[in-house]
Design a protein around this ligand. Structure first.
Ligand code: ATP
Ligand code: MG
Length: 669
């Protein structure tokens, strides 16, 4: 018998769990147990018999938080029951709807999902030759905006007020034709199409309302307008949902998130019940007081109070460093120091208790170097950079082609990686023939009729390629995605080509690891088939890689939402970095402050804040100023080191006394 899910909740949390009839919004600050309420509520809904697990859907902000939530719920419920729950991001839920009802939406099975890069290359293709990247990006953004506002190309044309908007609407129409020709959708469609379906198709709506009886949404402050419409379309008038969120943690406005949707809930659902949570269970009291003081600098309609019963804890360390390298060394050395201290005192400390946060991903390099030097294992999250690596993109193109033979963009990349002697001339000719015969490129390449019109060598190369693709496509029906990736790396010739292009074995090993790692990214579906593959690929692009092991965590503050760690370091606290330059110019400083608030409130026990005094820019030394936000923290909670060289020398000496040869080597300067 599982234990009582209400055990250990405070009164407002309990009320939130028990409020099942009608819409509910839990609006509360960081670490107050909002996510916990969602977990307990799912358990309660199932155990009380109100909803079977298969009729409950919970929405999280990333695939990784979806996995974590599923695990947490799994501990509450019997394993199989938890498996029946839908726990996913808005995009993954949208994808599920589009896959189930693809025929109603005019899509064929195994459709492709274009990521931002794919969309950009289509838009570029549709614009006059020689269009600047900025112009492409601007048009892409206008299309995306129209889609997120739920407009069809026709509606966008009607709504257009300027020449530019009219141009964008026309382009939007042609862009949609392209997607249809490729049997593809883009990311925005994963929300827009389900909204369109549920709003207009009575049968589909009834079907999905039967399928999803109760909806729970975590991090609701970062819902964009299209997602909000999807929420309403699924929940219907009865509004059987629980949304939890914190307007002070709204950090994705730059990507279209709209915290006003939290307010809109009140007018769209007059029966909405609002519950506030005020006790923080996560942070030491000093950390919490610092976070409260910081966020008080933002305008608030209703100031929140967040208190904690936790001990004061140690003061927040503030480090002034020479530059980013020095900062990274200090952080790595401190982590090493604390780990060894713990090992000596009360047993070893998992590396996963440490987290280093930064504003921009470029900041990770110095940190990685310093951690490597001390042989501290680390895990860098949010690895879009990983998916941008050439060899990884090649493998992804192959996979997409396997899932969807109509994906011309994928064909073009796959047929040229590795190089099999199919040149630009052949491809142009193939494109022409494919166009005449109304075939996608991959089908044209297989066609004997087409082959006869190509030079023999080109025709042979294409036939060879097609044979490999067909073989792998058969494998795709039998193998789960992760296995398929391994098979593909061999059979496509990608691995052999990689070996040939590397200057030595060490380099090959390193880049091969990227290809091997790609298989690990597909840790989701264990089933096989082109549909599964397409789904796995789509979720992949919303990059956040599987499990970190026993490793120090490195991530951006944006990626840290919802997480908690005993020891948190926030680096690069310089004006221009946090708050970021661009946001200063655009008057978005409040959002930067919320971002810092998110970062600070990840710390359970101890917090370090650091900044560099100078940076190298194009060979010149650039003087940096500490972040203005540091001045907004209560001085009494801080302990500043490093500003005073003597203190720093003493600190160094103290660490040397700890006599760790590796640290000594590092700090000897
Ligand atoms: P965030 O805004 O950062 O997402 P949150 O409001 O979702 O935070 P949770 O992550 O749910 O907060 O909870 C923060 C921590 O407090 C977790 O470790 C959780 O287990 C703990 N916690 C939540 N509620 C209680 C409670 N009633 N008693 C003890 N611990 C609790
Ligand atoms: Mg949370």
């Amino acid at each position: 018998m599982s234990r009582d899910p209400l055990h250990g909740l405070n009164p407002p949390q309990r009320a939130a769990v028990l409020h099942v009839d009608g819409p509910l919004l839990v609006l509360a600050g960081a670490g107050s147990g909002k996510t916990r309420v969602i977990v307990e509520k799912i358990a309660h809904l199932v155990q009380s018999g109100r909803y079977p697990a298969r009729r409950i859907a919970a929405i999280t902000f990333t695939n990784k938080s979806a996995r974590e939530m599923r695990e947490r719920v799994g501990k509450r419920l019997k394993g199989e029951t938890a498996q029946e729950l839908t726990v996913s991001t808005f995009h993954a839920l949208g994808l599920k709807i589009v896959q189930t009802d693809h025929a109603k939406l005019g899509l064929r099975r195994g459709f492709s999902i274009f990521d931002a890069d794919d969309s950009a290359s289509q838009v570029k293709d549709l614009l006059p030759p020689g269009s600047k990247p900025d112009a492409v990006a601007a048009m892409q953004q206008l299309i995306s905006r129209a889609k997120n506002a739920g407009l069809s190309p026709e509606q966008a044309a009607e709504a257009a007020r300027s020449t530019r908007e009219r141009e964008a609407a026309a382009l939007y129409a042609r862009y949609q034709q392209r997607l249809a020709a490729f049997n593809a959708v883009d990311f925005d469609d994963l929300i827009r199409l389900p909204v369109q379906l549920l709003e207009n198709d009575e049968e589909a709506r009834m079907g999905w309302r039967e399928r999803i009886g109760y909806l729970l949404v975590d991090e609701a402050q970062d819902t964009n307008d299209a997602q909000y419409r999807l929420l309403k379309a699924i929940a219907g008038e009865a509004g059987q949902f629980t949304c939890v969120g914190d307007d002070d943690q709204s950090i994705y406005a730059w990507r279209g998130a709209n915290p006003d949707n939290l307010l809109a809930l009140g007018s769209d659902y007059p029966a909405l019940k609002i519950i506030k949570l005020e006790q923080n269970y996560r942070c030491s009291n000093r950390v919490l007081r610092a976070a409260n003081a910081l966020i008080a600098h933002n305008p608030h309609a209703h100031p929140k109070t967040l208190w904690s019963e936790a001990a004061d804890g140690e003061r927040i360390r503030v480090w002034e460093c020479r530059d980013a390298a020095h900062e990274a060394e200090k952080v790595a050395a401190e982590i090493q120091f604390i780990a060894k201290q713990h090992a000596a005192a009360d047993g070893s400390l998992p590396w996963g208790e440490f987290c280093i946060l930064f504003r921009g991903n470029h900041q990770s390099r110095a940190l990685e170097k310093a951690l490597q030097l001390l042989r501290i294992p680390y895990h860098l999250s949010g690895g879009t950079a990983f998916l941008d690596r050439g060899e990884v993109k090649d493998a992804l193109a192959w996979l997409r082609l396997l899932a969807n033979p109509d994906d011309d963009a994928a064909f073009l990349r796959a047929v040229q990686s590795p190089n099999r002697g199919v040149g630009a001339g052949t491809l142009a000719k193939l494109g022409e023939l494919a166009h005449q015969k109304h075939l996608p490129l991959a089908r044209a390449a297989e066609s004997m009729a087409v082959a006869q019109q190509l030079p023999a060598r080109a025709a042979n190369a294409l036939q060879g390629f097609s044979a490999i693709v067909q073989g792998l496509r058969a494998d795709a029906r039998a193998l789960p995605p992760a296995e398929l990736v391994r098979r593909l790396n061999e059979r496509s010739g990608l691995l052999a080509a990689l070996r040939a292009s590397c200057k030595d074995e060490a380099q090959f090993k390193m880049r091969r690891r990227n290809l091997d790692e790609l298989a690990d990214w597909f840790d989701g579906p264990k089933t096989s088939g082109p549909g599964e593959l397409a789904a796995a690929l789509a979720l992949l692009s919303h990059a956040d890689k599987g499990e970190a092991g026993n490793q120090v965590r490195l991530m951006s503050m944006h990626a840290s939402k919802g997480l908690e760690f005993r020891f948190v370091f926030i680096v690069g606290l310089e004006d221009g970095n946090l708050p970021h330059e661009a946001s200063l110019e655009e008057g978005r400083i409040d959002e930067e402050r919320r971002l810092f608030y998110v970062g600070i409130t990840r710390a359970k026990e101890r917090l370090w804040l650091s900044y560099a005094k100078e940076a190298q820019r194009w060979g010149d030394k650039l003087r940096l100023r500490p972040s203005r936000f540091l001045g907004e923290l209560p001085a009494g909670e801080l302990q500043r080191d490093g500003a005073d060289p003597e203190a720093e020398a003493a600190q160094r000496a103290e660490r040397r006394r700890a006599s760790f040869a590796d640290i000594q080597a590092l700090l000897a300067d």
